[in-house]
Design a protein around this ligand. Sequence first.
Ligand code: ARG
Length: 462
Amino acid sequence: EEVRLWGGRFADGPSEALEKLSASVHFDWRLAPYDIAGSRAHARVLNKAGLLTADELEHMLVGLDQLEADVAGGEFVGTVADEDVHTALERGLLERVGQELGGKLRAGRSRNDQVATLFRMYLREHARTLGGLLADLQGALVGLAEAHPDVAMPGRTHLQHAQPVLFAHHVLAHAQALSRDAERLRQWDARTAVSPYGSGALAGSSLGLDPEAVAAELGFEHGSAANSIDGTASRDFAAEFAFVTAMIGVDVSKIAEEIILWNTKEFSFVTLHDAFSTGSSIMPQKKNPDIAELARGKSGRLIGNLTGLMATLKALPLAYNRDLQEDKEPVFDSIDQLEILLPAFTGMMATLTVHGERMAELAPAGFSLATDVAEWLVKQGVPFRVAHEVAGECVKVCEKNGIELDQLSDEQFAAISPHLTPEVRGVLNVPGALAARNGRGGTAPSAVAEQLAEFRTGLAVQ
Ligand code: ARG
């Protein structure tokens, strides 16, 4: 039998076109377990308020347990005619405990406070899942850093050779960004630990229910909403979640872009494992970095989900508006995409082969030690402005003669500046340049080892 939550004042049922437009079961069905958990908590506060007898409560809970099992087993599913998950589950409950008892559960609650609560519960659970997947990816990055503690590579700015850095230093930079994303998820979760249940449609309930008890039962550590209008109408928690997922997408896309470059013949910095790369249907030799490309592509989709949701929320008058039904699909999609992407991406990172000799060979190329020449001159008492000029002159002479800095002769050095004694050669090597940058956060092996230790500790306490 068809159940509608609002038939009373209508002479006619909804048109088919309206039903089709209105229906959300096909995407909000995933909220069903949370809806049932909310119904249990709500039944208990109805009982506490004297609106359900102990006997009725017991029957209601048995019915909800049955419904939960039938939903989990796929024996009970919502349909287009059900409009949304809340309506479908009310039908399911009525079918199991009868119209008389089942009809009592809706007292003092609205789909508006329900959906606001269930959406939070769903997102909070997936925030934890995503946090775990991020930790796995960070683990793979830390593994790469640990496996190659001494490999030097060209550090770049503007994608041009800048200064040599340790490969481990570079990889840990990505891991740091992911740490902040994980932290964002945890901070978001703490902010979202407030339950709108009990806010009713917008104004609260006249039935003397206890929203704090519902909040506690549903795991909302910070209690129930302080303002029922805000509780039912605010979706900044969804927008912020969409931002964090988009940020994760962006941070992963930055790693992805580098993997794509490093995997080219020209770079030859890495080789992808066969299990985490794809072939071409026409070119037999191809081995493509599709996981990295999909990561780069999906980040655009995640940004789109965020901006789409923001546009939906903009300028909505208080309190609940049906526009808000559009809040779920983009955020669900962002979760689904990341939950598919991150395991593949982690697998790709955990299994790639690093060509350390190739990285090290290119580390001093492109005059990346010019800064070291300038800083060596500063240590000889030369003002940095002059030192910069002199080192730049060295680069000019090298470029003209097609040689690298360490190939300049003593005479050439002396001709550029009397300060450039043969001792300058001491800094014209990559290990020396790396080791010199031993302050906190620097690229010296000793400093990177500290970063690695600090990072490991942080990862363990998360
Ligand atoms: N399905 C709706 C949503 O996702 C909740 C139902 C509220 N409907 C209403 N007419 N007040 O936002």
